[in-house]
Design a protein around this ligand. Structure first.
Ligand SMILES: O=c1ccn([C@@H]2O[C@H](COP(=O)(O)O)[C@@H](O)[C@H]2O)c(=O)[nH]1
Length: 282
């Protein structure tokens, strides 16, 4: 039986719902604003309410694992419920756990986040390439075999990212350009979109050009955090992505979540953010 690829499913979801991913980041401060306790029961109410509001209305959701893990096993169990809710509602789930380790350990992370039947396996996982791109070959292999995807950190939205990402390898190319080229090689023959994407912050300005990263040739999705709370909007999306804009999945967490706790208000905020991203990227 052939599996549909993550790239194909994401392209279809963006065509159907627009290019927005809503981040599910149950910050302690947001739990307080929503009148919820800062424990796993509060996180559960928060996360499932966001799913109620946006599932079926946006292309994807992106639970940030850290905000679930900080509540221990009960929090991780809530993350599993979010993954299950995505599966039940047909909403793509990008688990933002930024895993990266030596290959033998990466195989265990791949089992946890990418293997069929694992309760933490959504549709895609964020990974860190700073132990070497080849170190997560086990994750690439399992993602491609199971129709899942990866988003590899390339040009991150934080101001410190350039220290590593613009550094030059011994071949004289930037680390970010090397990461992008390796993803492009894996995606080379994929249509309509490959399944190994990059994380490129919507806040990075002209960083892709400065680092020699050819975003349009990655042939994979570009996850763009930084929209909303970190200051990026329509103009920044246009500036950062240019000719690569059709590949972009813009991501906003607090920018949408601050509209809660009412489901209708959350849905309206997501819909506004989605329309703005679409205007910039289509
Ligand atoms: O470069 C990156 C990579 C990941 N993130 C994550 O995205 C969200 C952003 O949240 P906002 O509330 O919309 O600022 C968060 O989970 C980060 O860990 C990122 O911001 N930048």
């Amino acid at each position: 039986m052939s599996v549909s690829t993550f790239g194909a499913r994401l392209a279809a979801a963006m065509d159907a719902h627009g290019p927005l991913c809503v981040g599910i980041d149950p910050h302690a401060s947001l739990l307080a604003d929503w009148g919820l306790p800062d424990d796993a029961t509060g996180v559960r109410e928060f996360a499932l309410r966001v799913m109620d509001a946006v599932a079926g209305h946006v292309a994807a959701v992106k639970p940030q694992a850290a905000f679930f893990e900080r509540h221990g096993s009960a929090g991780v169990a809530v993350l599993e419920e979010v993954v299950a809710a995505g599966r039940e509602t047909g909403t793509l789930v990008v688990v933002d756990a930024k895993r990266g380790d030596i290959g033998s350990t990466m195989g265990a992370y791949a089992d946890a986040f990418l293997r069929d039947g694992s309760p933490l396996a959504g549709d895609a996982l964020t990974v860190s390439p700073y132990l070497g791109f080849g170190s997560f070959d086990p994750a690439v292999d399992l993602a491609l075999a199971t129709g899942r995807g990866l988003f590899v950190l390339c040009l991150t939205s934080n101001k410190e990212g350039h220290e590593v990402q613009h550094a030059r390898t011994e071949d004289g190319v930037s680390v970010a350009a090397m990461v992008a080229a390796r993803a492009a090689a894996i995606n080379a023959d994929a249509t309509p979109l490959g399944s190994v994407g990059l994380v490129v912050g919507a806040t990075v300005g002209d960083a892709a050009a400065r680092a020699g990263v050819d975003l349009a040739h990655v042939n994979g999705p570009l996850l763009a955090p930084g929209v909303g709370a970190q200051g990026a909007g329509t103009a920044e999306l246009v500036q950062v992505f240019g000719a690569a804009r059709r590949q972009v999945l813009a991501s906003s967490s607090r920018g949408v979540l601050r509209a809660g706790p009412e489901v209708a208000a959350l849905r309206a905020a997501a819909s506004r953010a989605s329309a703005e991203a679409a205007a910039a990227l289509r």
